[in-house]
Design a protein around this ligand. Structure first.
Ligand code: AMP
Length: 444
């Protein structure tokens, strides 16, 4: 299967070639022709599957067909995402894939100044990528008009509902052309009754697209648990990074406080580290992510806000410095590795307090994760388990809306798996190639 057979225009094929993609991912192969045909779509696709190009490419093609070159350019396509980071990434994809088309796009999210966004909107934008909160702020200030939206994409819809965005989404829908006059694309990793209800209201006779089975991260990412005492986790982490000569590692903690503390300690150990979590300003988050992506920062310490949606190419190592309180988050976290065709390793440092959390994860993922006790780091058997401290938990629907402040975080979505892709031998070409489970993660 090649991109040429999917009915995409020469401009888009050129942009795809420039990205180094040689063939469509399964979700792209399925979604592109259906979206080009103007149909509504309900797609069960996670981040890591290439879903962004799956909806962006046909959307760009449809919009470019009947361009309005003069006069005020209304927003014709709206992509809603749950997090700022995902909005930024989708925005980047729109720019990359649309680089040979005369379409204009903008990304809008909270935590940054609103005025530059207003100026951009005033100048005319064809494609708007936004988080719901800030978009509603623009609606309130009458700086955006959604009455001409032809294509609506809800990306990571389950996550948006989990974060309590349903009312915001309904308010926004009321401002768009009636259903039927608009193409609707809903992407979700899971299908709770709430998602089905939303899909029922939003979609017209949708095409259901499901990813082929066998793409679960649990099957595809090498996972290891290292039992270790809580007080020695930091030492073990520094040891692993140094000994393994890990150039890039994403480390998860349960709390913002620990993310900060661990970052400081790693810096004292001589490792370049940065923290990313909801208490950081948007500027600091963007900078930390950019530094990590560019290789300037070796260790990015994150709370679960970074677990979803982030697309960091070729991230080889994810470490659960602490297991998440909610087993589903484990799947999201480890899905940050092994993307777009690269091998990934997910390491969990597990102390005696976390045995129940580990059991929950193993039950959810239906596997026994390999356990390796490292010489010199054997847990002290005399240490008794203590209750887990959540340190001002940063999740939950109850969290109030915080426009202009830190990104809200929500209750976790149900299980989601991030499939893997496989790189070709040519480093310049990126071939998405699902593999069957290696089974190494299943070894007890
Ligand atoms: P997404 O699921 O949209 O977040 O994409 C995951 C990653 O796969 C991104 O880094 C994309 O650049 C990459 N990607 C998307 N489509 C392809 C493709 N056809 N071939 C290789 N890589 C791809």
């Amino acid at each position: 299967m090649s991109f040429e057979t999917l009915g995409l225009s020469a401009e888009l094929l050129r942009a795809i070639r420039e990205q180094g993609y040689t063939e469509p991912t399964p979700v792209q192969a399925k979604a592109i022709p259906v979206i080009l045909a103007g149909k509504d779509v309900l797609a069960g696709a996670q981040t890591g599957t290439g879903k962004t190009a799956g909806f962006t490419l046909p959307m760009l093609q449809r919009l470019s067909k009947n361009m309005q070159h003069s006069g005020k350019r209304p927003v014709r396509a709206l992509v809603l995402t749950p997090t700022r980071e995902l909005a930024a990434q989708v925005g980047e994809s729109v720019v990359n894939y649309g680089r040979h088309l005369p379409l204009r796009s903008a990304v809008i999210f909270g935590g940054v100044k609103i005025n530059p966004q207003i100026t951009k909107l005033r100048n005319g934008v064809d494609i708007l990528v936004a988080t719901p909160g800030r978009l509603l702020d623009h609606v309130g200030q009458r700086t955006v008009d959604l009455s001409k939206v032809e294509v609506l994409v809800l990306d990571e819809a389950d996550r948006m509902l989990d974060m309590g965005f349903i009312n915001d989404i309904k308010k926004l829908l009321a401002l768009m052309p009636k259903n039927g006059a608009r193409q609707n694309l809903l992407f979700s990793a899971t299908f709770s009754s709430e998602i089905k209800q939303l899909a029922g209201q939003l979609l017209n006779n949708p095409e259901h697209l499901e990813m082929p089975r066998g793409n679960t991260s649990a099957d595809r990412i090498e996972q290891v648990v290292y039992p270790v005492d809580k007080a020695r986790k930091r030492e073990l982490l520094s040891h692993m990074i140094g000994k393994g000569n890990w150039r890039q590692v994403l480390v998860f903690t349960r709390t913002k406080h620990l993310a900060n503390r661990l970052t400081d300690q790693l810096q004292k150990d001589g490792l370049s580290a940065a923290a990313i979590h909801g208490n950081k300003s948007q500027g600091a988050r963007t900078r930390a992510l950019a530094d990590f992506k560019s290789g300037g920062v070796r260790v990015l310490v994150a709370t679960d806000i970074a677990a979803r949606g982030l697309d960091i190419d070729q991230l080889p190592h994810v470490v659960n410095f602490e297991l998440p309180n909610v087993a589903e988050d484990y799947v999201h976290r480890i899905g940050r590795t092994g993307r777009a065709g690269n091998d990934g390793e997910a390491v969990s440092l597990v102390c005696v307090d976390e045995h129940q959390l580990l059991q929950d994860i193993e039950r959810l993922t239906k596997q026994q994760i390999r356990k390796v006790t490292l010489e010199g780091y054997e847990p002290d058997p005399s240490i008794r388990a203590e209750p887990i401290q959540n340190g001002g938990g940063n999740r939950g629907r109850s969290q109030s809306r915080n426009r202009g402040g830190s990104q809200r975080q929500g209750k976790p979505a149900a299980r989601r798996n991030a499939p893997r892709a496989n790189s070709g031998s040519n480093p310049g070409s990126r071939t998405w190639q699902p593999r069957s489970g290696r089974g190494n993660s299943r070894a007890a």
